[in-house]
Design a protein around this ligand. Structure first.
Ligand SMILES: C[S@@+](CC[C@H](N)C(=O)[O-])C[C@H]1O[C@@H](n2cnc3c(N)ncnc32)[C@H](O)[C@@H]1O
Length: 264
């Protein structure tokens, strides 16, 4: 019998299907928390077309393993944990890099207010089409089939000054250093003062490059296959001491286009 793996005083029974003995969060040590909160469930049903979209995920991985970088979508537990890093009590502008088949996007769209906006940047054409179909009836969601690096352009052409949150699931660790730094710079500059850049990654290597951000806090999240570092980088609040949240679009008419916006 496999002996239980002990993590920060909690018992984690195995890696598939069984529940951990108890919720257990270690106190922050040097900005890193190890969390063991809920079941591993990447394979758990996630709504109507969950099986189909997971098949799509696996197929896209086979086509472009380095770009997709995972054979299954994020677990429900990871999705909920990531969403809990955002405050949805006000209208928000949120950008997501690499939504894949949309497991985080659906949760964000579910939580955000009717006058919020979610911009999805997805390089893969098949995922983009699947996202267009999923969000066809939701005017708040804008699917952009293109590189995350086009964020400044896409914000500008919609008259959006900045984002409250930028979420990333793209495999940053395999980006060349100059591309990585350029995307970090664009991401930082696109955030409102006090806004957050949230990433979930197998490694925490981005932390050493993301020095533009004033504050970073990581946790190691075990309830996903594979376990992930979730890191929240925060842009410095404004000089007046309070974070300015993202301005509403200057030209609301620039936002009426629903569905895919081809950027490249
Ligand atoms: C590991 S998958 C994450 C999918 C999904 N967010 C999830 O958590 O299950 C990475 C996704 O990022 C996309 N991607 C990779 N590089 C990208 C880039 N530069 N811009 C936009 N999307 C990118 C891939 O096509 C893929 O869909």
């Amino acid at each position: 019998m496999r002996s239980p793996l002990r993590i920060c005083g909690g018992v984690y029974r195995n890696f598939r299907g069984r529940r951990q003995a108890k919720e257990n969060r270690a106190p922050p040590r040097g900005g890193l928390t190890i969390v063991n909160t809920s079941p591993l469930d990447n394979s758990e049903a996630r709504g109507d077309c969950s099986r189909l979209v997971s098949v799509l995920f696996f197929k896209r991985f086979l086509q472009r393993p380095f770009q997709i970088a995972s054979i299954i979508p994020s677990s429900k537990a990871l999705v909920e944990r990531v969403a809990s890093k955002m405050d949805f009590s006000q209208p928000r502008v949120i950008a997501e890099y690499g939504p894949g088949e949309g497991v985080h996007s659906r949760e964000i769209a579910r939580r955000m207010s009717p006058d919020s906006h979610l911009l999805l940047f997805e390089l893969d054409a098949a995922f983009s089409r699947a996202l267009e179909r999923q969000f066809a009836g939701d005017a708040r969601v804008h699917v952009i089939h293109g590189d995350a690096a086009s964020l400044p352009y896409e914000l500008k052409r919609r008259g959006i000054a900045c984002c409250d949150y930028i979420l990333s699931g793209i495999p940053f660790s395999i980006l060349k250093i100059d591309k990585k730094r350029a995307l970090l710079r664009k991401t930082h500059d696109a955030l409102a003062p006090g806004g957050s850049f949230i990433i979930y990654q197998v490694t925490n290597e981005l932390k050493q490059h993301a020095t533009l951000f004033e504050h970073a806090e990581s946790e190691y999240f075990l309830q996903n296959i594979p376990p992930m570092f979730i890191t929240v980088f925060q842009r410095a609040p404004s000089l007046h001491g309070r974070g300015r949240r993202a301005a509403q679009p200057r030209k609301p008419s620039g936002l009426v286009r629903v569905g895919a916006d081809r950027s490249a």
